[in-house]
Design a binder for this molecule. Structure first.
Ligand code: AMP
Ligand code: MG
Length: 494
């Protein structure tokens, strides 16, 4: 294979001790075919488009060939899954091909997901059906376009092989890009084995990679914990303000970088309901929309616990530092959430008034089962002068019961200092019109799976790339599902 243009790897995780991973090549597949290449992301990463579009790259992204400098590994981790402890998991259907450094000097993992069995596969086949690959591609890229910290999708290929689930399905592989794939569960794995040395090494690695400022703090590992908690609080606030439900907030699915990862049975809400659950495996609603902020804190408490020996030499002092960091989460989360929500409404300051307006709005939306996304979008349109873009008024009507609230909100808007036109522009940029609605995602998965038709997938991905600029011609991508289109359950398909 030619060395020209292929990504330049620099594999820092591989320089960690052997017990952090297993060397594992992807398993070759029969007849790979490219589905899509994310050219924008490739440019950001400094990966050559010429290479990505080459037959060589197709073989690399299918796991049939290794690029020069790629030293694939499967990493080990543990997790609390739905509250239950699992001491040993790991990349069971993924391998890390290596790390690349982008033109700004930022390091990224390049991972194949669905690339075959590894020592951590347990009973699984290490593969992924096409549906979950398309879903992750669509939703992760939509989240990036919405400004939410997230892993990204660089490419997707079909394998030419079948994957057996409830039925036989086409197989596919996603190329996932992430600032790292180090999870809370990675720390838990070593901490549970009392391997303090490994926890120490991992913490230093994470500081260097994601939180360099912590290195200069008086207590670097306390600073690390605080920084992870702050980022996670911000992340969950972003999910909440968009009506995003992750679906599997197990501790192995939370990255210490603070990016969203593992788009399994995730979903965006259509009608607003605070306790909405989509995941078919979440029988008791542990990961319901309203539970997400609290679950994140619960997960972070496990990170604190894993880091305890590093927080202070004195055990009581360590527990105190950990507890204080965890206690700070709630305020950080609420501050972030309250700020985002009042900005969505065009209000300039967070105070008791703005919070009361948000609470009353959500209450009314809940009672009216109003569409979450379009309610906020319509409010943005109504906040000021008629926007240049098309209006969602033709596809959506605010509930009649919102009239008393609208009056209060308008009165409050009138009392604000900043010019309304400016605030409205911000509102239009904060309140998307296009989100990856479940029925749209299902529709494109079906076309691809049953008819080998990827056009609907491409069109959806492209539409979601500009979530806040509305054109009436694309109304079908903005509309809530009709009754018969509603998706009540989502599946992780693993
Ligand atoms: P998830 O809940 O999707 O994050 O997966 C939990 C664990 O199961 C991880 O260790 C995965 O690697 C593993 N896993 C999921 N699907 C498969 C599969 N098809 N084959 C092997 N391992 C899998
Ligand atoms: Mg996972």
């Amino acid at each position: 294979m030619s060395q020209v243009n292929s990504p330049r790897f620099d594999n820092s995780y591989l320089r960690l001790p052997d017990r952090f991973y297993t060397r594992q090549a992807p398993e070759p597949v029969k007849a790979p075919r490219m589905i899509r290449i994310n050219e924008d992301l490739a440019r950001q990463l400094g990966i050559s488009l010429e290479w990505l579009n080459s037959p060589e790259a197709l073989q690399v992204l299918a796991g049939n060939q290794l690029a020069p400098g790629s030293e694939p590994i499967a990493t080990v981790y543990a997790a609390h899954q739905f509250g239950g402890w699992n001491p040993r998991l790991g990349d069971g259907r993924a391998v890390l091909l290596g790390e690349v450094i982008d033109p700004r000097g930022q390091r990224f993992d390049i991972q194949l997901k669905g690339s075959g069995r590894t020592p951590y596969s347990r009973g699984g086949d290490g593969r992924s059906p096409l549906g979950p690959v398309l879903r992750e591609y669509i939703v992760s890229e939509a989240m990036a376009a919405l400004g939410v910290p997230t892993s990204r999708s660089l490419a997707a290929v079909t394998t030419g092989e079948k994957v057996r689930r409830e039925r036989s399905l086409p197989g596919a592989i996603l190329t996932r890009v992430s600032a790292s794939h180090i999870r809370i569960g990675t720390f838990q794995y070593f901490a549970a084995r009392d391997d303090h040395e490994a926890v120490h090494i991992l913490a230093d690695h994470v500081i260097k990679r994601h939180y360099p400022a912590a290195a200069n703090a008086e207590r670097p590992y306390v600073a690390l914990l605080q920084a992870v908690i702050a980022r996670q609080a911000n992340l969950v606030a972003e999910w909440q303000q968009l009506g995003f439900i992750h679906g599997v907030m197990n501790t192995d699915n939370m990255l210490v970088s603070g990016d969203t990862v593992d788009y399994g049975p995730c979903a965006f809400m259509d009608a607003y309901h605070p306790d909405k659950v989509f995941s078919s495996i979440d029988e008791r609603g542990r990961y319901a929309y309203s539970n997400q902020p609290g679950i994140a804190q619960w997960n972070l408490a496990w990170l604190a616990r894993a880091l305890l020996p590093l927080l202070d030499e004195d055990e009581d002092a360590a527990v105190l530092a950990g507890q204080q960091a965890i206690d700070a989460y709630e305020k950080q989360y609420l501050d972030a959430y309250d700020d985002l929500m009042r900005r969505k409404l065009g209000l300039t300051r967070t105070n008791e008034k703005s919070k009361a307006l948000v609470t009353e709005l959500l209450q009314t939306m809940h009672e009216a089962s109003a569409d979450y996304t379009l309610t906020f979008r319509r409010l943005a349109e109504l906040a000021g002068p008629t926007p240049d873009q098309s209006s969602v008024a033709n596809i959506f009507e605010l509930p009649e019961s919102l009239q008393p609230w609208l009056k209060k909100w308008r009165a409050q808007l009138g009392r604000e200092q900043a010019p309304i036109a400016e605030r409205q522009q911000e509102m239009l940029a904060l309140n998307p019109v296009f989100i990856p609605r479940n029925h749209l995602v299902e529709e494109v998965i079906q076309a691809a799976t049953d008819k080998d038709d990827f056009e609907p997938f491409h069109r959806l991905v492209e539409r979601l790339a500009a979530p806040c600029s509305y054109d009436e011609g694309d109304a079908r991508y903005a509309m809530p599902p009709r009754a018969e289109q509603v998706v009540a359950r989502t599946f992780c398909g693993t």
